[in-house]
Ligand binder design. Structure first.
Ligand code: SF4
Length: 378
């Protein structure tokens, strides 16, 4: 598997909880596309061979791009990489950008999966989050997508909202089920520094919901979606059988990936690299031929902790052979002992050489992961 994540850093408005890198200044789109195409060309040798199997456009809001702008980007991608073996091509869209014509245009360019930021079907929630769409537009967009040739749709939901009642949450889950989409991602609200919600939290105008309410909201989500035929294949991700996100799954199994665009991260199996988080800086440096990223070589310890964290968040877990192959003896002894301890506590189990969290213990996954983390005390 070789995947590309492409970050399109434009939004029309700023959602109150969001700390992804983006700008609302659409005047920079033309210069961004020019620099972005240069980056694509510069990175054509990132992988050993240049076959790409998954391509994911996130952001920001990729659907702010017009079909003409997409054509420029795809022309460069097709020149620099071999997309003939592409299995999954996802574009994130905002519901109010979805029209029959736009989706048709994306499909003609090869897009075969859409991920839509619905977040809630409740207008009051959407208003409080400063989302630019309303629930009517969300339903409309789902309807258009279901009639279209891109019939592989993922929607995002948010839970843990301080003002969301139990009934409103279960109603949101029911709407998501009724939407009859192939994939649902559900994330708990986090208060990230620099966001309007973080400021409201600091001023005491918003409060985090109690941990037990969060757990209950997650539990009912899992219960309802599993009853509706979804598989909870990663802690925040649910899919109809056979329709797991291939691109995201490759992150969780430690495959290399290339990130393009400002703030995008790349991983080549040994080092992590991140592009600068400034559109003007990114474009300037690319145009001048300067380096526009920072990187770090991951230590065996970093790789161990990351594999544990990403693996145990998935239903399949991590392949135990990875522990057998650890060359650091102390780390290997620690991992073997901790895993045995967790197996005896009935938190973990081994299935066909893979170590995973027992189904009934998935609600304490974070605690299990933190027990397995190897931390060097200062
Ligand atoms: S959540 Fe999405 S649409 Fe909203 S500001 Fe963030 S990137 Fe833009």
């Amino acid at each position: 598997m070789a995947g590309i994540y492409a970050h399109i850093p434009f939004c029309y408005t700023r959602c109150s909880y969001c700390d992804f890198y983006k700008t609302t200044d659409q005047r920079m789109k033309t210069s961004f596309i020019k620099s972005f195409c240069k980056e694509i060309s510069q990175q054509k040798d990132f992988f050993n061979n240049n076959f790409i199997t998954t391509l994911y456009f996130g952001g920001g809001t990729p659907s702010v791009l017009t079909i003409e702008e997409w054509k420029i980007i795809f022309e460069e991608l097709n020149t620099s990489f071999d997309l003939s073996k592409l299995e999954e091509l996802t574009v994130e869209v905002n519901p109010d950008d979805v029209s029959e014509q736009y989706i048709k245009g994306l499909h003609q360019l090869g897009v075969n999966r859409v991920s839509m930021g619905i977040q809630s079907f409740n207008d009051e929630h959407l208003r409080k989050m400063n989302r630019r769409h309303n629930s009517h537009q969300a339903h409309e967009a789902i309807h258009i997508l279901k009639q279209s040739e891109i019939n592989n749709v993922s929607i995002d939901l948010i839970y843990g909202l301080p003002y969301m009642s139990w009934d409103e949450w279960t109603q949101n889950i029911d709407w998501a089920i009724e939407a009859d989409v192939q994939h649902i991602s559900a994330y708990h609200l986090t208060f990230e520094k620099g966001t309007p919600y973080y400021e409201l939290l600091k001023k005491g105008k918003l409060k985090e919901i109690p941990e037990e309410v969060s757990s209950d909201q997650f539990e009912i989500l899992v219960k309802k979606l599993e009853a509706a035929g979804f598989e909870n294949y990663e802690i925040s991700n649910f899919a109809k059988p056979g329709l797991y996100s291939k691109h995201n799954s490759s992150y969780w199994t430690g495959e290399p990936y290339l990130g393009l665009g400002p703030s995008a991260h790349s991983f080549d199996g040994k080092a992590r690299r991140w592009n600068i988080r400034s559109l003007a800086g990114y474009s300037n440096k690319i145009e001048k031929g300067d380096c526009f990223w920072e990187d770090e070589i991951l230590s065996p310890l970093d790789i161990y902790n990351e594999r544990i964290m990403l693996g145990l968040r998935t239903a399949k877990g991590f392949e135990y052979a990875f522990i057998d192959d650890l060359s650091n003896k102390e780390l290997k002894r620690f991992a073997e002992e901790e895993i045995q301890k967790q197996i005896q506590l009935n938190n973990l189990e081994m299935i066909d050489g893979w170590c995973c969290v027992r189904r009934e213990k998935k609600f304490i996954t974070d605690r299990i992961i933190s027990d397995l983390f190897y931390v060097i005390e200062d």
